[in-house]
Design a protein around this ligand. Structure first.
Ligand SMILES: *[C@@H]1O[C@H](CO)[C@@H](O)[C@H](O)[C@H]1NC(C)=O
Ligand SMILES: *[C@@H]1O[C@H](CO)[C@@H](O)[C@H](O)[C@H]1NC(C)=O
Ligand SMILES: *[C@@H]1O[C@H](CO)[C@@H](O)[C@H](O)[C@H]1NC(C)=O
Ligand SMILES: *[C@@H]1O[C@H](CO)[C@@H](O)[C@H](O)[C@H]1NC(C)=O
Ligand SMILES: *[C@@H]1O[C@H](CO)[C@@H](O)[C@H](O)[C@H]1NC(C)=O
Ligand SMILES: *[C@@H]1O[C@H](CO)[C@@H](O)[C@H](O)[C@H]1NC(C)=O
Ligand SMILES: *[C@@H]1O[C@H](CO)[C@@H](O)[C@H](O)[C@H]1NC(C)=O
Ligand SMILES: *[C@@H]1O[C@H](CO)[C@@H](O)[C@H](O)[C@H]1NC(C)=O
Ligand SMILES: *[C@@H]1O[C@H](CO)[C@@H](O)[C@H](O)[C@H]1NC(C)=O
Length: 461
C-alpha cells in the first residue's frame, strides 16, 4: 500500500481547549461521588479524545518514490483554490465512487483542474478493501494521483477512540450510534489532513452527481457573500456540499472529536456554525451536488431518505379497489406496497434484489370485475430498478396459509413484464370470468437490481 499515505504520528498537542475541557470535566465530576476514580476515568477518556497527534500531519510523501523533492516543494508552495473531500467506505451493494469521481472530473475543465485537489479518504477498517480500492484509484486516475490532484488517505486504527459502549442518545440503535460516532471521527481526520491544502474545503459523499457548473457556482457564491460565514451549502442533504474556509477545519475537527459520541454530524455542525453566529443556513440554490444512489452504507440511514426529492407522482389513476397487499420482498421504510397501490403519491422500493419465486399479491376485499391492469416499475431516478422477468396472473380466489404465503386457485396468466411494465386489458371479458379475487406478480428469474414499483393501477367495472 505504498501510496496510501498513513498520516504520521507525533505527540499530543495540549491546547487551551484541553484546559477548558479539563476544567469543565473537573467541575462536572465534583458534583458526583467517587470524584477521584471518576476523574481518572474521565482522564483516560479525555486523552483518547484529545490525542491530537494528527494535528501534526502533513501529507506524507516520504514513501512516494515517484516525485523528486524539488518538485514536491514547489507543489506544496502553491495553494489550490478548493479541496474536495470524499470519505468512502466499503459498501455491500452498488458502489458509486467511480461514478462520483468521474462526474466530478467531467465537470471540471482543464483550467479548473489545477485549482482543485480531491482527497479520497478510505475510511473503512477493512484493509483488503483499502488496498484494492487505492490501487484501483491509482490505476484509473494515474496522472492525477501522480501530480497530487487526487490524494488517497487512510487512517490508522489507533486514531479512533473506542467505538463500543457509547452513550445512547437520540434513541438510536447501538449500530447506528457506532456508525455515526465513527463517521464523526472519520470526518475530523479528513479535515485535519485537508486543512492546509487549499483556500476552501468542500465535502461530498461517495454517491454524488456533480453539476457541470459546480466550480463557477461555488466561486460565484463565495464572492457574493456580504457577511462573515462559516459554512456555505451546495446541497441540502446530509453532509454533502458543505463548504468551509480551510483555516476553520482544524477547529472544526477538534470540536467534533470532543463531542463525537454525543450527536450526529449534521447536528454538531449546526452548533458549530452558531458559535460563529451563523444561525442560519446559507444554501445555494439550485444545488450543485446531488445523490445518485440513496442506498446508504448503513441500511438504517435509509430511514432518512426524503421521498420529497423523488418523483413519486402517479399518472395512471386506477380505481384500485380496497385490498390486502402481501409480498415476500422487504421494502425500505416509507416505500412499502401500500405506497405503490395507493392512488396518492408514493412508490414501492425493495431493499434487496428480487429472486425467482418472489411474489406480490393484491387480494381484493371483494372480488372484482377487472377491466385493465397496468403496472409500471423503475423510476426516472432509478431506471434500473425495474422488474426484469416476471409475470402477472389473476386468480379467482386465494388463501393465506402463512406469513406472506398465499395459495391461489384458478389462475389466469395475464401477461409478462416487458421493459419493466405489464399491461393487461379487458381482463374479465377476455377470460370470460365474472369476478377475480386477487392479482399476483411472480418473479420468474432472479435479478441484480432492486425493485421500484412506481404504480399499480387496477381498473374495474
Ligand atoms: C514508509 O517508509 C518507511 C521506511 O521506508 C516505513 O517504515 C513505513 O512503514 C512506510 N509507511 C507506509 C505508510 O508505507
Ligand atoms: C496518541 O496517539 C499516538 C499515535 O496515534 C499513540 O502512539 C499514543 O500512544 C497516543 N497517546 C495516548 C496517551 O493514547
Ligand atoms: C500552509 O501551507 C503553506 C504553503 O502552502 C505554508 O507556507 C504554511 O506554513 C502552511 N501553514 C501551516 C499552518 O501549516
Ligand atoms: C464522464 O465523461 C466520459 C467521457 O465523456 C463519459 O463516458 C462518462 O459517462 C462520464 N461520466 C460521468 C459520471 O459523467
Ligand atoms: C495534473 O495532471 C492533470 C492531467 O495530466 C492536469 O490536467 C493538471 O493540470 C495537473 N495539475 C497540476 C497541478 O499540475
Ligand atoms: C473486505 O473487503 C473485501 C474486498 O472488498 C471483501 O471481499 C470482504 O468481504 C470484506 N470483508 C469484510 C469483513 O467486510
Ligand atoms: C425508541 O425506539 C424504540 C425502538 O425503535 C421505540 O419503540 C420507542 O418508541 C422509541 N422511543 C422514543 C421516545 O422515541
Ligand atoms: C420456484 O418454484 C418452482 C415451482 O414451485 C420450483 O420448481 C423452483 O425450484 C423455485 N425456484 C427457486 C429459485 O426457488
Ligand atoms: C423502456 O422503458 C423506458 C422508460 O420506461 C423507456 O425510456 C425505454 O425507451 C423503453 N425501452 C424499450 C426498448 O422499450
Amino acid at each position: 500500500m505504498a501510496s496510501v499515505r498513513q498520516l504520521s504520528a507525533g505527540f499530543a498537542v495540549i491546547t487551551i481547549t484541553l484546559m477548558l475541557v479539563q476544567i469543565s470535566m473537573f467541575l462536572r465530576s465534583q458534583q458526583r461521588n467517587g470524584v477521584g476514580q471518576h476523574l481518572e476515568d474521565q482522564k483516560t477518556e479525555l486523552v483518547y479524545r484529545m490525542n491530537f497527534t494528527a494535528l501534526k500531519i502533513i501529507p506524507s510523501h516520504e514513501n512516494s518514490t515517484r516525485r523528486t523533492s524539488g518538485r514536491l516543494k514547489e507543489e506544496q508552495m502553491q495553494k489550490r483554490y478548493l479541496t474536495i473531500g470524499i470519505p468512502t467506505i466499503w459498501r455491500p451493494r452498488t458502489y458509486y465512487l467511480w461514478y462520483t469521481i468521474d462526474s466530478l472530473l467531467n465537470a471540471t475543465s482543464k483550467s479548473q483542474i489545477s485549482q482543485i485537489c480531491v482527497v479520497i479518504f478510505l475510511a473503512d477498517f477493512n484493509t483488503t478493501w483499502k488496498e484494492i480500492t487505492s490501487k484501483d484509484i491509482e490505476r484509473r486516475y494515474e496522472a492525477l494521483v501522480n501530480n497530487n490532484t487526487i490524494q488517497i488517505i487512510t487512517a490508522p486504527y489507533r486514531f479512533y477512540p473506542p467505538l463500543d459502549k457509547l452513550k445512547h442518545t437520540f434513541n438510536d440503535s447501538a449500530s447506528r450510534i457506532k456508525w455515526r460516532s465513527k463517521q464523526n471521527i472519520d470526518y475530523a481526520y479528513l479535515w485535519l489532513y485537508s486543512k492546509n491544502i487549499s483556500k476552501y474545503y468542500i465535502q461530498i459523499e461517495d454517491d454524488i452527481k456533480t453539476s457541470p457548473t459546480y466550480f463557477d457556482a461555488i466561486k460565484q457564491f463565495i464572492s457574493v457573500q456580504k457577511i462573515p460565514w462559516v459554512c456555505l451549502e451546495f446541497c441540502q442533504h446530509g453532509f454533502i456540499g458543505k463548504l468551509f474556509h480551510s483555516h476553520d477545519l482544524e477547529k472544526l475537527a477538534k470540536y467534533i472529536m470532543l463531542f463525537y459520541d454525543e450527536q450526529p454530524i449534521d447536528y454538531l455542525l449546526r452548533h458549530f456554525n452558531s458559535i460563529y453566529l451563523q444561525d442560519f443556513k446559507i444554501e445555494r440554490k439550485p444545488n450543485v451536488f446531488n445523490h445518485v444512489g440513496l442506498y446508504s452504507s448503513l441500511l438504517e440511514k435509509i430511514t432518512y431518505v426524503n421521498p420529497k426529492v423523488l418523483d413519486t407522482r402517479k399518472s395512471l389513476k386506477g380505481h384500485n379497489p380496497k385490498a390486502e397487499l402481501f409480498t415476500t420482498l422487504a421494502s425500505l421504510p416509507k416505500f412499502d406496497l401500500k405506497a405503490a397501490y395507493s392512488v396518492f403519491n408514493g412508490y414501492f422500493w425493495s431493499y434487496s434484489s428480487p429472486v425467482a419465486n418472489d411474489t406480490i399479491h393484491i387480494v381484493f376485499h371483494r372480488p372484482q370485475s377487472i377491466t385493465n391492469v397496468i403496472i409500471k416499475t423503475g423510476s426516472k431516478e432509478h431506471p434500473n430498478d425495474k422488474l426484469e422477468n416476471a409475470q402477472l396472473d389473476a386468480c379467482i380466489s386465494c388463501r393465506l396459509v402463512g406469513k406472506n404465503r398465499i395459495i391461489c386457485y384458478d389462475k389466469y396468466h395475464l401477461g409478462n413484464f416487458r421493459n419493466g411494465s405489464v399491461v393487461a386489458s379487458d381482463v374479465c371479458r377476455k377470460y370470460n370470468i365474472k369476478l377475480f379475487g386477487c392479482l399476483r406478480i411472480t418473479v420468474t428469474k432472479s435479478q441484480t437490481s432492486w425493485l421500484i414499483i412506481k404504480e399499480i393501477a387496477v381498473f374495474v367495472r
